[in-house]
Design a protein around this ligand. Structure first.
Ligand code: PLP
Length: 251
């Protein structure tokens, strides 16, 4: 897929422009499965640029971080092993109950150096030397529910193979929906299938509707489907146009 992805040449140009103006870029944030269109940035190329300019490379894989379990997406997600940090939300595709967001960091000592604040009343629970295993040294929160348990439970329920099958199945459904949309005379693809998402809209043939009228019509379709209780196809906007968002995320 070539649309909706960060362009490495544009990234390089903007880093160089910043540097030439005396600004100091610090971080690049890429996507592995953007919310709207499921886009995956060219992670490997972005990682190379970040290395070259000594920039922190974060990737938002909250939704699509596990897409690589599908062989069709293994190659484009392989370079996730090069990032400095990665958002991964088990409460999205991994089916964990809310709320269960996660941040993986390559070097947790950096994370600890940023967040560590050990009040006297907790000091004795810390290790004397080396890395502290205490989670509050790595994040804002001090008291919180056991999120790792639900992550474990989700994976344990499905098993690695089950998660893999679910991801493949969702991606296949998006691909199939994309094919059906292309075949239909009065449907238009707004963003091609990428992982488990495809965006499209209804354009009745033989009518000359304005952009505004098409937006209203597609919103009404989404609302009617939701009210039917049979399915839920929410809307989003793609390049400013109201779109029916076909997103598959469960079994
Ligand atoms: C790609 C992506 N990143 C981040 C978020 C925000 O995640 P959360 O609601 O868990 O903070 C979302 C939620 O829709 C998302 O799809």
């Amino acid at each position: 897929m070539t649309f909706f992805r960060m362009r490495p040449d544009a990234l390089r140009a903007s880093i160089e422009a910043d540097l030439s103006e005396g600004l100091l870029p610090a971080c690049v944030i890429g996507s592995c499965g953007s919310t709207n269109v499921g886009a995956i940035d060219p992670i490997d190329e972005l990682a190379g640029i970040c290395e070259e300019f000594d920039l922190w490379f974060h990737v938002d894989g909250a939704y699509g971080g596990i897409a690589g379990l599908d062989p069709a997406y293994t190659e484009v997600t392989r370079a996730l092993n090069r990032v400095d940090s990665l958002t991964l939300d088990p409460h999205k595709w991994l089916q964990a109950p809310l709320d269960c967001g996660a941040l993986l960091v390559r070097d947790s000592r950096i994370n600890q150096a940023n967040y560590s604040l050990v009040p006297d009343y907790l000091a004795s629970t810390n290790d004397e030397e080396g890395m502290s295993p205490q989670p509050w040294e790595h994040m804002f929160e001090l008291t919180f529910a056991d999120r790792s348990l639900k992550t474990w439970a989700s994976i344990a329920r499905l098993g690695r193979e089950g998660v893999r099958k679910m991801v493949i199945n969702c991606n296949n459904l998006a691909r199939l929906l994309g094919e059906r949309v292309k075949e239909a005379r009065d449907l238009e693809i707004l963003s091609p299938p990428s992982i488990s998402t495809v965006n499209f809209r209804y354009i009745p043939k033989g009518t000359e509707l304005s952009d505004g009228q098409l937006d209203t019509l597609n919103q009404k379709i989404s609302d009617a489907i939701a009210h039917s209780g049979e399915a839920h196809i929410p809307t989003t906007k793609v390049n400013g146009a109201v779109s029916l968002a076909g997103m598959f995320s469960s079994l």
